[in-house]
Design a protein around this ligand. Sequence first.
Ligand code: FUB
Length: 436
Amino acid sequence: MMSNLFNLSAQNPLLPHVYAADPSAHVWPNDSKTLWLYTSHDEPGTNHHATMNSYHAFSTQDLVNWVDHGRVLAVENVDWAISMAWATDAAYWKNTYYLVYCMVEERTGIFRTGLATSDDPQGPFKDIGFIKNVAWGQDPAIYIENNKAYLFWGSGGKCYAGELTDDLLALKNETKVELTKQLIEVFEGPWVHKYNGMYYLSYPALSHKKWPEEMYYAVSENILGPYQFKGNYLPFFEGQSATNHGSIVQFKEHWISFYHAAWLSEGINESRNLMADFLSYNKDGTIKAIIPSKEGVSSGKKGKTIIHLEAENALLQGGKFGAIAKDFKGKGFSGTGYVTGFDKRRDYIEVLVQVAKEIKVNLQVRLSADADYTADILVGFTMMADWGGLPMKKTKGWEIIDLGKIVLKAGDNKIRFTPQQNVNLKIDYFQIALPD
Ligand code: FUB
């Protein structure tokens, strides 16, 4: 059934076009105007954590309009991993952006804490291996302060932390601490933020060992503890999933709690959506418990969400280059380049678009072409404009072209753009504006 999903963007569920969970929020030190979210991704229809296989990045500058930058890393891009792309986090360290994540290692079946890097906050990220000296590295979070990087991780009722080496690829064994006993009923998913000089360690807890998870926190004067338990800042709420997991971040004048729920799937535990609510503190530094709201962090404003896919990143983001290549010699492109070299009849570019439910959207492309031509645009198994192809015009430099309405199905959608004639064509990005 065609769905409008939830009608408004930027409310709760936040970003209702995609099933995503375990949000880690960051405002990078070199750009205080942008808030980034790095999340895991639930595969529509599978309803199982074991099928999770990729991560997404999202950004906003105003908490109302959002960009989905698409898939930023998947199990297939990680040589040592076999499955289960569970919770993720990100870090900015020595002028490089890192994605830190957990996946099951093929050789041992052990959950490892992987690291991938990118020059850009939106990725895509390239795996550089897993962090040594971390035994079962599920649910990692990195906290950086004073030129030191700390790793927190936890699963199955345990939580650990320690300092990382300068290349982030190993835990300094002598700094490792187990925090489990300090964190009442901790289950997994630690996250650290700092408020008023104190470290706050928040985590999904199992109250009386019973599901669903609720979000607790503890505070300390020292990053590695000891932590003093403070309470439950996100108690059970209607429509939550069995798990909860999230982050707390300051963006402009706001403190925000990001977490997940099962509102979009109407209660399916393993088809989760993002959520966001403002968070505030009492005078004594304790956190005021959050009651999940429909309005979220949108302050009642109506925003737009777009899916923005840089063509040059398609290969790393689940798409394909059909005998074309990345280039960056021209001017005026966005991202780190564009694709070109459509000099044979069936050369193409393919991008991957992931959505939670079937939806009708408008597809746009930014390109430059030095002659008129026709293009085949294949969306899944459906050819736009039928078999005659779509007439395309010569452009005056870069232009954003409306390609028309397409129907995306729940899950993975491959969109393939194939010019039928040999034309000097450069493609900068594809963009989909989600309906209001
Ligand atoms: O998203 C998969 C797993 O569920 C995460 O790693 C846990 O924190 C829980 O949210």
